[in-house]
Design a protein around this ligand. Structure first.
Ligand code: GLN
Length: 536
């Protein structure tokens, strides 16, 4: 195939309809038919990236191999497709404007007045086509964040209108995701909000080609006909997306509704190969038929919002299926645990995961949880800040360095077992300046992690400013905290473990960003396995 095809996914009526999951599910079906597909997210906010956002604002910040701090939908794209995304897969209004303003300062507009149309829209169109022009993909799906009619998404909608016109109907199509609310007093599903949002899209010059309708109840044939007639789409292009018990069911549901077939038809792709979902369905079967159950405590401080730890929760689903075990995750707020209530709080758990995080709030609770797990042979998995807390706990309670701390929490600490990384010391700007993205790590032969990964060198993704202080490495190792993974160039400690403990592993990197349905992360798989052993 020579030309890349573009699919745009817009949202109407309400936010949180799951555009990301629909985009990922369609991509999965197209990939399963042999197409090379990628998904891109355009976010209409002014932040350059979500890296500076509090997780309460926008959920987890997802990190790619190339070190981009991105929207959590990219996590879904990778988990569904098992192909890496990059900076090009997430663009924000802030990034668009920054780049246009930089060009203006360099004099690249040759004295012209710089305007939303054409300059901002040109920049958006360029960003959309970067992935297509790379030659790596047959189909690029672009998800437009926000809801049509929002002031801030207008330049994106206008760019889609222009691109659709430039590329032609055979090469670009628009899928509009809307809500069909159910009014229980009337006992009816209502199409009016959808009609209105299709109209709003029309006012911007865009005709939706396909409607995906989120609903809590089945759409009747009559209702689909009505939607088709009033919204100016073919009846086969009215796709029902009913609430699913797991997001991993959505590709099959879309297959049943024929979303992939209408899409291919409209794009004049006449591939008749049936999608190969063998591996996907085998995963679903394991996920839905667990042979045992474990309960894992997720110790963090953003636990009120499930999206804050999205990738961790999904990694547990992949690892659970791999072990044929149902993983119940119990969120435990680190601020509310202390030496007095710890055994009560962690009662009945088969393992704890101490979560990543920033700042002082809740860290003493995390340290207490690590101590409990270490002393009681409870499987422990520490990620990033969780690993740093394990180093502090060991230094305080085993080495007897009562003042051990991280420079992040106590800049004046006498025992900085967790130190600010050297190249972070002169950094003054917050955005995009952490140690980010994929870095190599060498594993120590014979260690637990070496057995788990089954290789010498791994690549994992990072997002941190602080590090294990190598000045303490000898004493900590002598006291029994093994260092089993380090960066080959800098010597930065990436992994710690306690060899005698049934499962005590802390990692400076974020394994959760690399777990996918096709490739559950080995650390999560082994941790769930250890929790399963514990439950016996
Ligand atoms: N706050 C710690 C650091 O910057 C840990 C970061 C994290 O958990 N992602 O090093």
């Amino acid at each position: 195939m020579t030309t890349t095809k573009y699919i745009f996914v817009t949202g109407g009526v309400s936010s949180s309809l799951g555009k990301g999951i629909i985009a990922a599910s369609l991509a999965k079906l197209l990939q399963a038919r042999g197409y090379r597909v990628t998904i891109q997210k355009l976010d209409p906010y002014i932040n350059i990236d979500p890296g500076t956002l509090n997780p309460y604002e926008h959920g987890e910040c997802y990190v790619t191999d190339d070190g981009a701090e991105t929207d959590l939908d990219l996590g879904h794209y990778e988990r569904f497709l098992n192909t890496p995304t990059s900076q090009a897969n997430n663009v924000t209004t802030g990034r668009i404007y920054q780049s246009v303003i930089d060009k203006e300062r360099r004099g690249e507009f040759l004295g012209k007045t710089v305007q939303v149309v054409p300059h901002i829209t040109n920049e958006i169109k360029e960003r959309i086509q970067i992935l297509g022009k790379s030659g790596d993909y047959d189909i690029v799906i672009t998800e437009i964040g926000g809801t049509v009619g929002d002031i801030e998404s207008l330049p994106y909608i206008e760019s889609v209108r222009q691109l659709k016109w430039e590329l032609g109907d055979d090469n670009a199509l628009v899928i509009h995701l809307t809500l069909i609310p159910y009014l229980s007093a009337a006992g009816e599903l209502k199409t009016k909000p959808t009609q209105h949002s299709v109209k709003t899209l029309m006012e911007s010059g865009i005709r939706a080609d396909i409607l995906v309708c989120r609903t809590e109840h089945e759409l009747s044939e009559d209702l689909k006909k009505k939607l088709a007639l009033f919204c100016n789409v073919q009846k086969e292009a009215v796709i029902q997306s009913i609430d699913a018990s797991t997001i991993y069911d959505v590709p099959n549901m879309m297959l049943e509704e024929g979303l992939d077939v209408v899409t291919l038809h409209k794009l004049k792709l006449l591939n008749t190969v049936e999608p190969n979902l063998k591996h996907w369905n085998a995963f679903l079967k394991r996920h839905k038929n667990p042979k045992a159950e474990v309960t894992i405590g997720l110790i963090g401080k953003y636990v009120e919002l499930q999206d804050s730890y999205k990738s961790i929760l999904e990694s547990f689903i992949h690892a659970g299926a791999e072990n044929e075990v149902k993983v119940n995750v119990k969120s435990i707020h680190s601020e509310y645990i202390n030496a007095e209530n710890i055994s009560e709080e962690l009662q009945g758990l088969n393992g704890i995961l101490v979560a990543p995080g920033f700042g002082e709030r809740g860290i003493e609770g995390k340290i207490e949880a690590v101590r409990y797990a270490r002393e009681n042979n409870l499987p422990f998995f520490g990620i990033c800040l969780g690993m740093q807390m394990a180093v502090i706990e060991y230094s305080r309670n085993v080495l007897g360095l009562k003042n051990a701390n991280s420079i992040e929490m106590d800049p004046g600490t006498k025992e900085p077992v967790i130190n600010l990384m050297e190249d972070q010391k002169n950094i003054t700007e917050m955005g995009g300046t952490m140690r980010l993205g994929s870095w190599k790590c060498e594993l120590v032969k014979g260690s637990k992690v070496y057995g788990i990964y089954g290789k010498d060198t791994i690549d994992e993704r990072h997002r941190h400013r602080y590090e294990y202080n190598n000045d303490y490495r000898d004493v900590l190792e002598e006291a029994g905290l093994a260092t089993t993974g380090t960066n080959p160039e800098t010597g930065l400690v990436e992994i710690i473990e306690i060899p005698e403990h049934p499962y005590f592993v802390g990692v400076q990197y974020h394994p959760e960003y690399k777990s996918t349905v096709a490739n559950p992360h080995p650390l999560f798989v082994s941790f769930v396995k250890a929790a399963h052993e514990h439950s016996k």
